[in-house]
Design a protein around this ligand. Structure first.
Ligand SMILES: Cc1cc2nc3c(=O)[nH]c(=O)nc-3n(C[C@H](O)[C@H](O)[C@H](O)COP(=O)(O)OP(=O)(O)OC[C@H]3O[C@@H](n4cnc5c(N)ncnc54)[C@H](O)[C@@H]3O)c2cc1C
Length: 366
């Protein structure tokens, strides 16, 4: 089994498969987690990200529900516990119309049994006294949270390695083709390698791997810039999600401010416009952030697909190849579910109904 890509998706898949008894080899053209994953805010917030998409909301919920068990199992196998915090989100409404939409979404979530609370006036001020004057109300979703994206990927690779997986960095896969005896050949910058199955988890670069008989998988890069600020008194109780940015209170007095959404191709530079725009949006949401120190900016290319759902499933063109890509804004959230789905395919488990929504067939001749 060869997994192409050691971002959060390839690493989660590698661990899941190694834990299920497969012999796994993971290839990455960079160092592990060097793609979108290192830049991720790594929030777990399906009830915000899923506004407007029932299918995304459904897969996001399933993956969120799997997270506690995923982290527990990983911590015991990796011998370390990645940063994992379920302190909830406050999604802030900036005007009455936005507030009405959030209240409607709270009612819909209540019918699904999801706990939410609408806050305004004194209750909003009590929940988050630092919000600026533009906030007319906010939806509290207590079950949301975040992880450390790089931290989690490292733990996944440690656990995969402990189960016998081999991780090879700075090797690029260029083509996947049929070999002899039903096996697949992966051509790489270090020569050809063979495997019974191949998982393509190359994030934004997935379409650059030629697959015999198939179209290039339609994944495109969407740049995101994310700031780190040092704010030692760490007063934010929850993730604060505004209309133009979000704030994630990390332990150790850091606040993440994200993120830009830019269609600029494979350009991973941090820009003056990106950084200043985020700082302005952050200070409008929480004016006291003007006191924080600017520490750093991270940049990553989100793997955008043909819609807001990832492409996960077997290739019809090249039997044995499985796609696990195009996770766009939710790869960290969807990692446990994606790994579970790929394991099911490799181990010939009964088809999971979620696969119907994620099928590669909807993205072309794959
Ligand atoms: C600023 C920002 C904020 C984000 N916030 C969130 C969030 O809050 N919550 C959330 O769930 N998601 C978030 N995301 C999205 C999330 O980070 C991505 O969906 C996720 O990282 C995708 O993981 P991946 O493993 O598919 O891709 P990547 O992390 O990009 O990994 C792909 C890997 O494949 C390797 N690779 C590619 N091609 C080849 C090849 N041919 N041969 C060998 N190796 C190859 C690359 O080097 C790379 O390491 C955010 C992203 C950004 C940029």
């Amino acid at each position: 089994m060869i997994v192409i890509g050691a971002g959060i998706i390839g690493s989660a898949v590698a661990w899941e498969l190694a834990a299920a008894g497969a012999r796994v080899r993971v290839l990455d053209m960079r160092a592990p987690a060097g793609g979108a994953t290192q830049a991720s805010a790594a929030m777990l917030a399906p009830y915000i990200e899923g506004h407007g998409s029932e299918a995304l909301s459904a897969v996001g919920q399933r993956s969120l529900q799997a997270y506690d068990g995923f982290i527990e199992r990983l911590a015991s196998e990796a011998g370390r516990r990645p940063l994992y915090d379920r302190r909830g989100t406050l999604e802030v409404a900036r005007d009455e119309a936005h507030g009405r939409r959030l209240r409607a979404s709270a009612e819909a979530l209540a019918t699904e049994g999801v706990e939410t609370t609408w806050l305004e006036g004194p209750s909003l001020h009590a929940a988050e006294p630092l919000l600026g004057p533009g906030a007319v109300g906010a939806l509290l979703v207590p079950c949301h949270g975040f992880v450390g994206g790089t931290d989690l990927t490292e733990a996944l690779l440690i656990a995969a390695t402990a189960r016998g997986a081999v991780i090879e960095d700075h090797v690029r896969a260029t083509r996947v083709r049929a070999g002899s005896n039903g096996r697949l050949v992966v051509e790489t910058t270090r020569g050809a390698m063979t495997a019974d199955r191949v998982v393509l988890a190359g994030g934004s670069w997935s379409g650059q791997v030629a697959v015999d008989g198939a179209d290039p998988v339609p994944v495109h890069p969407v740049r995101g810039q994310l700031l780190h600020l040092a704010w030692p008194e760490q007063p934010l109780a929850r993730i604060v999600w505004g209309a133009d940015c979000y704030l994630v209170p990390w332990p150790g007095g850091e606040v993440l401010v994200g993120a830009t959404v830019e269609d600029v191709g494979f350009d991973e530079r941090a820009t003056v416009a990106g950084v200043t725009g985020l700082i302005e949006a952050a200070c409008a949401l929480v004016p006291r952030l003007g006191d924080a120190a600017f520490t750093s900016v991270r940049v990553g290319l989100r793997p955008g697909g043909i819609d807001d759902l990832p492409i996960v499933g077997p290739s019809a063109a090249l039997p044995g190849l499985i796609y696990a890509t195009a996770h766009y804004r939710n790869g960290v959230l969807l990692a446990p579910l994606t790994a579970q789905l790929v394991r099911g395919l490799v181990m010939d488990e009964p088809a999971d109904p979620a696969l119907a929504h994620l099928s590669p067939a909807r993205a072309g001749a794959l």
